[in-house]
Design a protein around this ligand. Structure first.
Ligand code: NI
Length: 196
């Protein structure tokens, strides 16, 4: 998933000070999300060929975990499912967008650097440079072809999630220095969790 700059870096994270019920629901959802170190996060997902009820159920499950996890994007690989499927929703009132077999068909020359987070990398925020405008070709949950022109946060989230489908994490896209700091923070968090 993804969280971005302002409230969260545009990739997947949540606001502070959640009420206890929301926090518990979020923690339960995030328990399904694979974390850094899990080899599925470095693996390439396979194209979807069957557009059946099982696929639509999978998309529904992804949407529910993303919603409860307070994410704005989620890739199937983050749940250990090696399908080229992603979902995103940029706000509570925005429609859910499932993309199957998504591909960046065109990217504008203009790029920007923004801080991103990822539900698979708890507590990590790093700068990532990405094109501001992209055109993405995909299929919907019924197999119909769709084309999306996206800019800003929407473009960033889609690119972040497509990266997941290719086994690429924000750590692979940031500066060496930030990567080093993030790796150290992840290592310390893992050690603290073991000691607890
Ligand atoms: Ni992510």
């Amino acid at each position: 998933m993804a969280e971005t700059t302002e409230e969260v870096a545009p990739t997947e994270e949540a606001r502070p000070a959640l009420d206890p019920e929301t926090a518990a629901r979020r923690a339960a959802a995030l328990a399904y999300v694979r974390k850094f170190g899990d080899p599925v996060l470095k693996s390439r997902a396979l194209p979807v060929e069957r557009f059946d009820d099982a696929l639509r159920e999978e998309i529904g499950r992804m949407a529910a975990i993303m919603r409860d996890g307070l994410g704005i994007g989620l890739a199937a690989t983050q749940l250990g499912v090696m399908h080229r499927v992603l979902v995103y929703r940029l706000g509570e009132d925005a429609p859910l967008a499932p993309l199957v077999n998504p591909q960046v068909e065109w990217a504008g020359g203009e790029e920007e650097i923004l801080e991103e987070g990822c539900l698979s990398l708890p507590g990590v925020h790093v700068d990532v440079e990405r094109p501001i405008h992209v055109r993405v070709r995909a299929q919907d949950e019924h197999g119909d072809e769709i084309s999306i022109e996206a800019s800003g946060l929407e473009a960033r989230v889609i690119q972040h999630e497509i990266d997941h489908l290719d086994g690429v994490l924000i750590l692979d896209r940031t500066t060496r220095e930030q990567r080093k700091l993030a790796m150290r923070a992840l290592r310390e968090a893992a050690e603290a969790a073991r000691a607890a």
